[in-house]
Design a protein around this ligand. Sequence first.
Ligand code: SF4
Ligand code: SF4
Length: 329
Amino acid sequence: MANLPIVNNLGFYEIRMESVGGFGANLAGKILGEAGVLGMGFNGSNFSSYGSEKKGSPVKSFIRFCSPDIIVRENSPVIEPHMLVIFLETMLSYPGMLSGVGKDTVVIANTSMTPDQARDTMKLQTGTVVTIDAMKIAVEEKTRVNTALLGTVAAASGFIDPEAIKEYIRKNLGKKYAFLIEPNLKTFDRGALEFTSKFFEDDGKYPAQPFRAEGQKIGYMNQVIGGAITTPGNSIHKDLTVSRSGYIPVLLLGKCTSCGECDITCPDYCFVWDKETDKKGKEVQKLLSIEYKHCKGCLRCVDICKFDALVSRVEYEVDKKIIEDGYTD
Ligand code: SF4
Ligand code: SF4
């Protein structure tokens, strides 16, 4: 059995995965836990925490490994991880993302950035940053980012046996999804190879981010009766960027007839309209752009548009200006 490279005072090597619903963090944690305990002989545990099981809602998965002679009595979330896995580039700068991270932590980030850029985005004081463009791999292999990240986790950990993880990828996909096994194993291998890693000393650039329990701000003493919304209109701040899985709709304005079908279909009110006067002097509504902040990439609008004015594109290949403007000619 492999040795754990580092443990806390209770004897555990601890991993925290930070993600949102739809990217397979829960399954990745389960596979990793099974591979470590059943495949490699460690003792350990895995559980995930999430709210409503819906695409885009926050998900955390926690994995602990220890030697087989230690009894696992620890069942709380991982607060000082030896490995932190961040599933989405947009989450790198989220408040509290680096909570509990120290110089011995390996931070694995799904991003196209270099480790230096990712460190600056996260404002990491010290530790190892590993970057892997798991979204690009997933799009190219038609899989999901979780398997690519598992490959990086195995390679960057220095002790997790990649063959054990592959066995549990096969078992979890099983006969029902047998056609997904080969692309997922390829995704895993690419994740194990295509990453970049760099250790950062504490050079005084950023402060430490110790773990802080935020606690509940609203409880039985101060909850508004009837669940009233005290900040009406706050959905303007709703950012669904993290929910996208690599694809976005692109609006080809030259082909658009402003028929409005996409607007009826879109569940998130992403389409921006304005009034216009037509040739007959009549006031009509004109489609101007897509507000990508609210777009979760479901592509229903692409299916519904009869005029081919909406097309599906791989997000990282789309010109940033088109995303800023919300349309192209
Ligand atoms: S469905 Fe197509 S043509 Fe109609 S408003 Fe939307 S983008 Fe324009
Ligand atoms: S892909 Fe289209 S329908 Fe789906 S959220 Fe984005 S704009 Fe709306």
